[in-house]
Design a protein around this ligand. Structure first.
Ligand code: URA
Length: 260
């Protein structure tokens, strides 16, 4: 990763590059250890994740998704989401927020749900947290407007409509939207999914384990067993500067996993 890019991200996070007192350039940090023989833990909507040593799994009602097949291609999926009335969020939204980025990106980033800015513009992560997400992605050479696989990313949310007052999406809303997200994942076929924050991670993996327990291992999701890495939500990083260094470590790991 080039140093200018890294510096931009560290600047955006308010982290300073460490310099030795002598003024000599610091030795490059040891590379982040490649994840050990990955202990994948299975997470699918149908079969709740088996998380060792984590609290009880949250059971989502299956009924909301039962009997519903999301359209199989982008041409069908986009209008289906735009006109969706499968849950109560449709009555308070301004716009649905489908997703953005290269539709065959190796990296898919999943957030929890649109906020006010996203609801107004119909695009995920366009507010303050979105600006930080863009910086984070830029630090690993990626951007939502790029189509080159090494630079591409696809960004979506667990729910496509804004929960009123930015409350957490509820179980029935997540379940109603799940077929759309699953279809997006199936169409993008990412090599890696990054779930941003506790809510996205819990909803994706169908667990109520805290982020501190979930962050670290790689999980796998869905029939393609796509690896899932969990990291901090950029909105949380804006509020909790103390976690920024850990977020940077996660980003380096994302970069390495995709490079490997
Ligand atoms: N937070 C999210 O999780 N998603 C968005 O699209 C915006 C903010």
């Amino acid at each position: 990763m080039d140093s200018a890019r890294r510096k931009n991200y560290l600047d955006a996070l308010g982290l300073e590059l460490w310099q030795p007192r002598s003024g000599k350039p610091a030795k490059p940090a040891a590379p982040v250890a490649a994840p050990q023989p990955v202990r994948y833990e299975t997470a699918t909507a149908a079969a709740p994740v088996q998380l060792e040593s984590t609290p009880a799994l949250q059971k989502f009602p299956e009924s909301a998704a039962a009997g519903f097949e999301a359209p199989a291609d982008w041409q069908g999926l986009k209008p289906a989401v735009a006109g969706c009335t499968r849950c109560k969020l449709c009555s308070t939204r301004t716009n649905t927020v489908f997703g953005v980025g290269y539709e065959s990106a190796p990296l898919m980033v999943i957030g929890e749900g649109p906020g006010a800015d996203e609801d107004a513009q119909g695009e995920p992560f366009v507010g303050r947290a979105g600006k930080l997400l863009d910086e984070m992605l830029r630090a690993i050479g990626r951007s939502r407007r790029e189509a080159t696989p090494d630079k591409a990313v696809y960004i979506a949310n667990v729910v496509k409509c804004r929960p009123p007052g930015n409350r957490d999406p509820e179980a029935d809303e997540v379940q109603a939207c799940r077929p759309y997200l699953d279809r997006q994942i199936a169409l993008v076929q990412p090599r890696l999914i990054v779930a941003l924050g506790r809510i996205a991670a819990q909803r994706l993996l169908s667990t109520d384990a805290p982020l501190s327990k979930l962050r670290g291992p790689l999980y796998e999701y869905g029939p393609a067993h796509t690896p899932v890495l969990i990291t901090y939500h950029p909105a949380y990083l804006l509020r909790s500067p103390g976690e920024k260094a850990k977020s940077w470590a996660d980003l380096k790991r994302v970069h390495q996993l995709l490079a490997g």
